[in-house]
Design a protein around this ligand. Structure first.
Ligand code: PBG
Length: 328
């Protein structure tokens, strides 16, 4: 019988040995909880394709935030669902817009004890569902949209956002937002750039939750083609030049190679977004008895960290933080 000289199993023998040699750490502080806050409801409304997630009221989002903070979750990212939409998406920058109201409430509750991120985009607010304003020919007008993104960012900063996160994939959005924030005196508000955001089928449940699927056409003229990886590095480089403070790859699980490549290309903090469809796949499969939910969620989040993400945006942040705290 030949005896192997090399026995990697030696370091896998006990829980404590495995912990000692773990290359990747998943902690609550690495997780960013995604939350939907809706204007015209009095009670939270369940999101059918995202079991366990709700459209929250400003009051219920305060309870969710308190829970997240208590568990040590790193940050919250807010998405708004306004009572009414229009062609420009004007509710996005309204002083009394639902995200601005939620930001002020959460800041009052927790002061600097919470990191608040605001998704900075128009698709939840436009009646046509695109991430920018439309030209006469129906295409998305890049440069006209930049001016509106600046307004949204300033409104979010004024309401207390630590970080604004432009997700619309317009060219020049990071630079335009930086200029607008600085001009309004918000030099210390940071920008998390959705730098490499793919035109993905995985955003389906989010679009139901926020009622923001484009009414005509799709997002392929602004979001990246799934076939491309080098282009992601170019998008990151441009965002860094324009003044991004953190960068993001989205989705996460179908773009782990891109997460790893971007990790090697920038020294900025890197986030990866485990999106609604990825959440839906895991939870639907677990509900069907395919595997254990907790193990699958923690495996997915650890894999995203292992690929090189410092931060993971996930709808499972609170649940995962609870499991991680329990494991301690
Ligand atoms: C755009 C935005 C979207 C998501 C986050 N920001 C929708 C889209 O681009 O179609 C999707 C996130 C998810 O699926 O979890 N404001």
């Amino acid at each position: 019988m030949p005896h192997p000289v090399h026995r990697p199993r030696r370091l896998r023998r006990t829980t404590t040995l495995r912990r000692l040699v773990a290359e990747t750490d998943l902690r609550p502080r690495h997780l960013i909880q995604g939350l939907f806050v809706r204007e015209d409801i009095r009670e939270p409304v369940a999101i059918p394709t995202m079991p366990g997630q709700h459209q929250e009221t400003v009051e219920s989002v305060r309870r969710r935030a308190a829970e997240a903070l208590q568990l040590g979750v790193g940050a919250l990212i807010l998405f708004g669902i306004p009572a009414s939409k229009d062609a420009e998406g004007s509710a996005a920058w309204a002083d009394e817009g639902v995200v601005q109201r939620a930001l002020r409430a959460l800041r009052t509750d927790a002061g600097d004890g919470v990191v608040l991120i605001a998704d900075c985009c128009l698709d939840e607010y436009t009646d046509h569902g695109h991430c920018g304003v439309l030209s006469a020919d129906g295409t998305v007008d890049n440069d006209a949209t930049l001016e509106l993104y600046g307004r949204i960012a300033v409104a979010q900063a004024a309401a207390g956002a630590d970080i604004v996160a432009p997700s619309g994939m317009m060219d020049g959005q990071v630079g335009a937002i930086r200029t607008a924030l600085d001009a309004a005196g918000f030099e210390d508000t940071a920008i998390l750039a959705y730098s490499a955001k793919y035109a993905s089928a995985m955003y389906g449940p989010f679009r139901q939750a926020a009622d923001c699927a484009p009414r005509s056409g799709d997002r392929r003229t602004y979001q990246m083609a799934v076939a491309n990886a080098r282009e992601a590095l170019r998008e990151v480089r441009l965002d860094v030049e324009e003044g991004a403070d953190l960068v993001m790859v989205k989705p996460a699980l179908t773009a782990l190679d891109v997460v790893a490549a971007v990790r090697g290309a920038t020294d900025l903090p890197l986030a990866a977004y485990c999106v609604s469809g990825e959440y839906a796949m895991i939870h639907a499969a677990a509900a069907a008895g395919a595997f254990e939910e907790r193990a699958a969620v923690l495996e997915a989040l650890t894999a995203i960290r292992r690929a090189g993400a410092d931060l993971v945006i996930t709808y499972d942040a609170v649940a995962a933080a609870r499991w991680l705290v329990e494991e301690e």
